[in-house]
Write a protein that binds this ligand. Structure first.
Ligand code: HEM
Length: 530
């Protein structure tokens, strides 16, 4: 009997060992494929077609030199009024363009990155939804957002988009304009107090206020009456962003994420805190709707998503995709991540431009007062639609200082783009900032602030329809584009009607990349009440 039992244990042990060995072989083979075979293949195919780039270290790629060069340039300031910012914000890329041409490649860790500057090729890629988010960026984003609109692909993404789209419909957004106005007015009241105490004129760093007011607006429009709790969630999300950003450069090291380092533990704890708070908000909303037998879940983004889905499941080719509590939470995180800093950055740069070009500021003010009335006169979405000059100014700010400076897509199968063979596993990189600053597309005055170039609409402002794409293009274009423009206009209407401002002599012009395109030292203006 004992012999039989020993035999059983030996067989069990041998089986477990075999499974373990097979698993290790599988992992090792996967790594070899990812870190050796695929990079070598990509390099061979691209070099054969004449696409070259700087030599790179194995696994680390060009990250170290890229960080070094970009960091050294970021230490410097630019001359105020100089909007030719490409070689300051992306010096490594600018240097490679000089050395290897506008189409070249570099290695982000083990990820081969191919710079595509041709708008026709970019159009081909963005028009189809067959390319995915590159793996390293995907890891970073999914830690931050879970599985929301930004971090899903294929049919799962289509279901998310179908559910989220109605919440951003023009009619729904109309109802959000008064909320935007209210948040902006409360910021303006605070400014008014400062001006009063400052004897009629005060120096103000606006980026901090723009961040606060956009966070307030997204918390109100996403969570309605649960706004304060929502605001707390967003604060945690901001710390999570900073923590994951610190870890970003280590993501090329396989397995780094699961090591129990203090940073990794902090990230995990913050993620748990965010999920717990969001779950509470959503459950409280469902409870109130059930108790009051209310037919509507509310007109905020959360309510609109709740209405669009009640644990919606859709059959797809490979099985079922599901939209439930987790997906709702992940999309709330997504709205904050995608909508907060981008819009705050747009507003900060617009304030810098209007403070530097006061004639445009006066013209914009005259239009605002003409269309929306002066002082605290309430305004609505229809009025915002009529603000043609303000739209031109915002477009020019988005062109010169696009908050999202570039975009990447991973190629999931070998494809042909124009005459070029692009191997599976490579990442295509679209240089939005460089396209927005290309003299061949915009003319010799490309680096000047000239809102009048948009006077006949976006299509007539440039030589190619894709030369201006701050919100991207194709099926995955920004779902919050209209929201962002309504929000930016609402805030500017409130400011322009109540204040006049000029650039402070303390302003240091240092655009830099920190997730979005930011002014490194903020934007200081001298502010006075009208
Ligand atoms: C000035 C403000 C904004 C800019 C410049 C901007 C820009 C962009 C860009 C370039 C993309 C495409 C990213 C990619 O595919 O890699 C994008 C996607 C997205 N944006 Fe925005 N955005 C802004 C505001 C907003 C706002 C206010 C929201 C929501 C409240 C939002 C939500 C989203 C979402 C959910 C996506 C992913 C769409 C999808 O994959 O289907 N954005 N945005």
């Amino acid at each position: 009997m004992a012999y039989f039992r020993d035999q059983m244990w030996s067989i069990l042990f041998a089986s477990l060992l075999t499974v373990l060995l097979m698993w290790i072989v599988y992992i090792v083979m996967g790594m070899v494929h990812k870190l050796v075979i695929t990079p070598l293949r990509i390099k061979r195919i691209m070099n054969r077609q004449g696409v070259k780039g700087p030599s790179a270290y194995w696994v680390l790629g060009n990250i170290l030199e890229m960080v070094k060069i970009n960091r050294a340039e970021a230490e410097k300031d630019m001359k105020t009024g100089d909007y030719d910012i490409m070689s300051h914000v992306q010096p490594y890329e600018a240097q490679n363009c000089q050395a290897y041409g506008t189409m070249h490649m570099w290695w982000f860790g083990w990820q081969a990155t191919i710079r595509i500057a041709s708008l026709d090729l970019i159009k081909q890629v963005l028009a189809k939804d067959v390319f995915t988010t590159p793996q390293i960026q995907f890891q970073f984003l999914s830690e931050l957002l879970g599985k929301g609109l930004i971090t899903t692909e294929g049919e799962e993404w289509a279901l998310h988009r179908q559910i989220v789209n109605p919440a951003f419909h023009q009619e729904k957004l109309k109802a959000m304009v008064p909320i935007m106005e209210k948040c902006a007015s409360s910021m303006a009241n605070e400014w008014e107090e400062k001006v009063k105490h400052g004897g009629g004129c005060v120096e103000l760093e606006v980026s901090h206020y723009m961040a606060n007011v956009t966070a307030d607006i997204i918390a109100h429009t996403a969570f309605g009456s649960s706004y304060e709790k929502g605001r707390k969630v967003f604060e945690h999300q901001l710390s999570l962003f900073n923590l994951t950003f610190q870890r970003f450069k280590f993501l090329t090291i396989p397995g780094y994420r699961i090591l129990p380092t203090p940073l990794n533990i902090k990230i995990l704890m913050t993620q748990i805190r965010i999920s717990r708070s969001l779950k509470e908000i959503i459950q409280a909303r469902k409870y109130v709707v059930n108790m009051t037998k209310n037919a509507s879940n509310g007109n905020d983004l959360l309510g609109l998503m709740l209405t669009a889905t009640s644990q919606k499941t859709q059959d797809v080719k490979g099985g079922k995709v599901h939209f439930g509590m987790q997906q709702l939470m992940d999309n709330c995180k997504t709205f904050f991540f995608a909508g907060y800093e981008t819009t705050a950055t747009l507003l900060t740069w617009t304030m810098m431009l209007l403070a530097s070009h006061t004639t445009w500021q006066e013209c914009a003010r005259a239009e605002v007062i003409d269309v929306c009335g002066d002082g605290d006169h309430p305004f609505n979405a229809d009025m915002l639609d009529k603000l043609k000059m303000l739209t031109m100014i915002l477009n020019e700010a988005l062109r010169l200082f696009p908050p999202v400076v570039d975009q990447t897509k991973e190629v999931v199968m070998d494809v042909k783009l124009g005459d070029l063979d692009i191997p599976k596993g490579s990442t295509l990189y679209f240089p939005r900032l460089s396209i927005h600053h290309d003299p061949e597309l915009w003319g010799t005055d490309v680096h000047e602030f000239k809102p009048e170039r948009f006077v006949n609409g976006v299509a007539k402002a440039t030589k190619h329809p894709l030369a201006f794409m701050p919100f991207s293009f194709g099926p995955r274009f920004c779902v919050g584009q209209r929201f962002a423009m309504e929000e930016a206009k609402s805030i500017l209407v409130v400011i322009l009607r109540r204040f006049r401002f000029q650039l402070s002599s303390n302003y240091r012009h240092a655009p830099c990349f920190r997730g979005t395109l930011k002014p490194k030292y903020g934007v200081s203006v001298m502010l006075e009440s009208l």
